[in-house]
Design a protein around this ligand. Structure first.
Ligand SMILES: [Zn+2]
Length: 293
């Protein structure tokens, strides 16, 4: 069975613009604020109907045709886009849906949600905590904990539900990140606001960044891999594709709205987590969690 697949990236970003954007990510003389301005100039020059949404550390976002388009400003931003594309399905409905991503991560298209106001941050902390509790069972969560520093990484859907709009610092815990150095078995636990981790045995406090440093970039690269395996590979903005039920599941289950390009699929979290734990510790994940209690 075939179907028509549309691509916002293919529609608006031609090859020339793509190469200009790549150049921006490699312009060593510029900091990321300057790069962000350079990207906006390029989009304006190409007559792309965009509205600027904001700039983060490694990426900037613009609104095009009702979708948020995240453009990497450097190599880290490219990894962030790929990581979000890889994780979006497993983290539904707690994060924005990522519909498209260029294989190298330069551009990604996501669901648009309105960014938290300070009021949202104050009023919806119980919901944030619920979501973080749920997600942190399987993932290391960073940069989305409940602090005034992070609230702009959260947003509100038109349905009124909240979700994370920047979630590139959420990692599969199969990275073995959670073990304290005091005895090599104690599993770190979050504080109430999910802003840091604490060892229940020795009490040592780990800021997220310290745990994150344990992730080797080679491991990260291996994990994300070639994202072309998890979505349609489109060369035109409107193209017939052979339907892959695996890629369809996520779109149908979660949202009836018409969608763009690719998305990902990986329902094997539990399975791979167990494989990992068995390999590392000779115990299943559940057994390990029990031991920690
Ligand atoms: Zn410890």
């Amino acid at each position: 069975m075939q179907k028509n697949q549309r691509s916002l990236i293919r529609k608006y970003f031609n090859d020339d613009l793509y190469f200009e954007l790549v150049k921006v990510t490699r312009s060593f003389g510029l900091d990321n604020n300057q790069r962000s301005r350079a990207v906006k100039q390029l989009l304006t020059k190409e007559n792309i109907p965009f509205t600027a949404l904001g700039s983060g550390t490694n990426r900037m976002a613009v609104l095009i045709d009702g979708y948020a388009v995240k453009i990497a400003l450097d190599a880290d931003g490219m990894i962030d886009n790929r990581r979000e594309f890889l994780y979006t399905q497993r983290l539904q409905p707690y994060v924005v849906k990522v519909y498209e991503c260029i294989p190298n991560g330069l551009i990604a298209v996501t669901e648009y949600v309105s960014i938290f106001t300070l009021d949202d941050f104050h009023n919806r902390q119980d919901e944030m905590r619920e979501i973080l509790k749920e997600v942190s069972v399987q993932f290391l969560v960073g940069d989305v904990g409940i602090t005034s520093k992070n609230y702009v990484n959260w947003g509100v859907r038109t349905t009124g539900d909240i979700c994370m709009l920047d979630f590139a610092y959420i990692y599969d815990i199969s990275y073995k990140l959670f073990i304290c150095t005091c005895d090599d078995v104690s599993m770190l636990q979050y504080n109430q606001d999910y802003t840091k981790l604490v060892c229940p045995t020795c009490g040592k406090i780990y800021p997220f960044i310290e745990v994150q440093k344990r992730i080797k970039s080679s491991d990260q690269e291996k994990e994300i891999g070639d994202i072309r395996r998890i979505g349609y590979n489109i060369t035109h903005d409107n193209q017939l594709v052979e339907v892959n039920p695996e890629f369809e599941k996520y779109l149908e289950d979660n949202n009836k709205k018409k969608k763009k390009n690719k998305e990902n699929d990986d329902d094997k979290t539990e399975e791979s987590l167990n494989d990992f734990c068995l390999k590392m510790y000779g115990k299943t994940y559940k057994e390990l969690r029990k031991l920690q209690k």
